[in-house]
Design a protein around this ligand. Structure first.
Ligand SMILES: [Zn+2]
Length: 205
């Protein structure tokens, strides 16, 4: 027996992160209550999603066109790169206005059990970019590029941080720090409040 059209639509929503069958059904029922015009607008946005929203070629933040707002700004500190898992982490930090450096979005964290290996993340891109940024800094001592590892304080995030520390070990002019202990183990940067982010940034080491 094939699924009803309702069930089929519910199953599509279930493919989104964190959405279970009941919540997916609620989404579909809520959409059924919407006027046709709103549904068409949503449909058009989805249809053109990949065409309309691109990733920044430098940091992999979302961008409507070319470099993202962070990379194209002249007011950012180009001696710091905050390395994060997802664009939503970047949003949480940007909202606080506490951080003035650059970002690098890895696209996830190393998790062999889920089949996520280093080559699936934008680690090679980070290596290339960090090398280029570090080379552009003045030659005198103390002007290193700081890579602030801000992957989540859970197993996959810690694995990723260790992998990166290893990868950049011994690189000249590149210094690695880890976001501080303000973040509780197992928590997510994405949901951290301003105070927590401030503490984590201040206590990086
Ligand atoms: Zn960017």
């Amino acid at each position: 027996m094939t699924d009803s059209k309702f069930k089929k639509t519910v199953k599509m929503f279930q493919k989104l992160p964190g959405v279970g069958p009941r919540q997916a059904a609620r989404f579909v029922l809520a959409l059924l209550e919407k006027p046709e015009s709103e549904l068409q607008e949503l449909g058009t946005s989805l249809y053109n999603l990949k065409e309309d929203i691109k990733l920044c070629p430098e940091c992999f933040n979302l961008s409507d066109n070319g470099l993202c707002v962070v990379c194209s700004s002249h007011n950012r500190d180009k001696t710091k790169v905050l390395v994060i898992e997802k664009v939503t982490d970047l949003d949480s930090i940007e909202k606080t206005g506490l951080y003035k450096g650059l970002y690098h979005v890895l696209g996830g964290s190393i998790n062999p059990l889920d089949g996520v290996l280093p080559e699936h993340l934008r680690i090679e891109e980070l290596k290339q970019r960090a090398g280029k940024l570090a080379n552009g800094l003045p030659a005198q001592a103390g002007s290193d590029l700081e890579l602030i590892l801000a992957t989540n304080p859970n197993t996959a995030g810690e694995t990723t941080a260790l992998y990166l520390k290893d990868l950049f070990n011994g690189e000249k002019k590149i210094k690695l720090t880890r976001l501080g202990r303000g973040l509780a183990s197992g928590s997510h940067l994405e949901y951290a409040d301003e105070m927590t982010i401030r503490n984590a940034l201040d206590s990086r080491k």
